[in-house]
Design a protein. Structure first.
Length: 115
């Protein structure tokens, strides 16, 4: 069920998701291979680099109201060994360079084999 829902989310990405995906796909940042709208447990994350245990989540206006649920999700992912980086949609659309630099700094400092 999560896999079908994830497939639908991939087909209907937000503008911010499309913009970020165009810059992190195919190992464009230090060779890290991200997947988009990927199921992890009972959650579907926006972007994940499994080898580096990094999740990148994009938040729109609805997340300001759902911060408790978002924190529970982040806590669960952390227990599974994932680090979660969160960015607001407007950060992607207005300051993509800084977002990419933050993600790149995390990947470059991961100390993991990139794939």
């Amino acid at each position: 069920m999560n896999h079908e829902f994830a497939r639908d989310l991939r087909r209907n990405m937000t503008d911010a998701e499309r913009v970020l995906w165009s810059r992190i796909r195919d190992g464009q940042i230090y060779g890290a291979r991200f997947r988009r709208q990927a199921p992890i447990g009972h959650y579907i994350v926006d972007f994940v680099w499994f080898a580096g245990k990094l999740v990148v989540e994009l938040d729109g206006g609805q997340h300001a109201e759902n911060h408790i649920a978002d924190q529970s999700r982040t806590d669960w992912l952390a227990l599974e060994g994932f680090e979660v980086m969160r960015f607001w949609n407007h950060e992607i659309l207005q300051d993509l360079g800084s977002v990419l630099q933050s993600i790149g700094n995390r990947i470059n400092g991961a100390g993991n084999e990139l794939d």
